[in-house]
Design a protein. Structure first.
Length: 373
């Protein structure tokens, strides 16, 4: 089976890692895999470090698309992917998550004679003003296989009318990667030592709704500043998008008080999450990770695409104002939340293997039925 796997941004690399590993280790000789990096993220701290930390093979192709406005970026990726397919047509294209890289390749492949598999399908905020929501809905629409990471995502796909046998709930590849990283840390991986300062609050910020608007960004930074001064040190690995906005909006005085660090590699980030008293984030991927690790999380969004994270009490979404963020952070830091253990039967580190098993099985079935009649 000829398979293309696409990554472009930080979270994509984390999601393709277990698929690439399973293809190499479990399906060697059965899957001929081409790994494509679109170049949407190009800084070492958002790309190379993940390839190294997760021992991902170097990409076979890099489109080098770089940072561009939304439609332009998707358009360039579509054009480059269509050209690549003209030279080497896959049987199946695997895209992960909801980035422009995944959308561009999926849209180009939609008019080609190959199957499309969407890993992390079915996430919904029901708000088409969010760029990732547009991407998710469109990728699901053109996909032949939908791999939802949790039950609600599967339900969303059923509600949207996707046929039953296109939906395969076999686990979450992000959790595969988290389990892999925890094992590596136990073996001495990463560069952060366990005697890091405690207690601390770990924070990430990069959503356009929070950081591209001066008022919202200021409200968040002010809350972090108060928490940092009064309750617990804030560790802030800064996304370049947020760094640029802080400079542009004259909010750089928070650089002196909060002393952000650059984005960190995955092993170090998992080490930081594991020992944090609280995580404050607007990341999609960090919320299930917080549940797996049992670390309380405050999510700076008006709704979550992972409702189980709130249902078990680990996660709480809050509006983007200083007072709400501060109050919920203090509530969580005091241990006042009612937290129930959450366990997902599919969180065993083998979701990627099951995904590839389904793709290989179906490909063999189609191939046999074609050749035999
Ligand atoms: C993208 C994804 C988002 C994902 C996030 C993960 C889309 C629409 N958005 O958002 O879903 O959560 O990645 O981090 O696909 N930049 C650099 N160096 C880089 C890459 C970007 O400095 O290597 C800066 C550029 O100024 C760029 C800005 O960051 O304009 C935003 O990058 P972009 O890839 O457009 O979006 P993200 O906010 O990273
Ligand atoms: N992450 C990381 N280093 C950082 C910040 C985040 O390794 O400095 C990891 C984090 O554990 C999560 C993933 O990056 O698994 C999420 O990426 P991001 O928040 O950029 O994207 P999203 O999940 O919101 O699409």
């Amino acid at each position: 089976m000829k398979m293309h796997i696409v990554a472009g941004a930080r979270p994509n690399l984390l999601k393709v890692a277990p698929l690439l590993r399973a293809a190499r280790e479990k399906y060697f000789g059965e899957i001929d895999c081409l790994f494509i990096h679109t170049g949407q993220h190009y800084d070492d701290s958002l790309s190379k470090v993940f390839i190294e930390d997760l021992e991902i093979p170097q990409p076979d192709v890099n489109f080098g698309v770089g940072s561009l406005p939304q439609a332009h970026q998707v358009g360039v990726i579509m054009e480059k992917y269509e050209r690549l397919c003209a030279a080497t047509m896959p049987d199946v294209l695997v895209v992960v998550g909801d980035t422009n890289s995944s959308l561009g390749c999926a849209l180009a492949a939609a008019k080609l004679p190959c199957k499309i598999a969407h890993v992390e399908a079915g996430l919904r905020r029901h708000d088409m003003t969010i760029p990732e929501e547009v991407n998710r809905v469109l990728i699901d629409k053109v996909s032949d296989y939908h791999f939802p990471p949790h039950e609600r995502a599967a339900t969303n796909l059923h509600s949207d009318g996707y046929i039953y046998n296109s939906i395969h709930r076999v686990g979450d590849v992000m959790i595969d990667t988290l389990i892999y990283a925890l094992r590596k840390l136990k073996q001495g991986g990463g560069s952060i030592t366990s005697n890091a300062v405690r207690p601390y609050v770990l924070c990430t910020l990069h959503r356009p709704v929070n950081v591209d608007n001066k008022e919202n960004l200021q409200q968040i930074l002010e809350a972090l500043d108060i928490i940092n001064q009064s309750h617990a040190a804030v560790v802030l690995p800064l996304h370049p998008r947020t760094h640029k906005r802080m400079l542009e909006f004259d909010l750089d005085h928070y650089m002196e008080t909060l002393r952000p660090i650059g984005p960190v590699g995955y092993l170090d980030f998992v080490a930081l999450m594991k020992s944090a008293s609280l995580i404050i984030t607007d990341s999609g991927g960090i919320q299930p990770e917080a549940v797996f690790l049992g670390v309380p999380c405050v999510t700076l969004l008006d709704a979550t695409v992972h409702p189980f994270s709130e249902a078990c009490g680990i996660n709480q979404t809050v509006p983007c104002d200083t007072d709400s963020i501060y109050k919920e952070a203090v509530h969580a830091l005091r241990g006042d939340r009612a937290i129930r253990p959450y366990n997902d039967e599919w969180w065993d580190g083998r979701a990627a293997e099951r995904i590839l098993h389904i793709l290989v099985r179906d490909h063999a079935g189609t191939h046999n039925s074609t050749t035999h009649g």
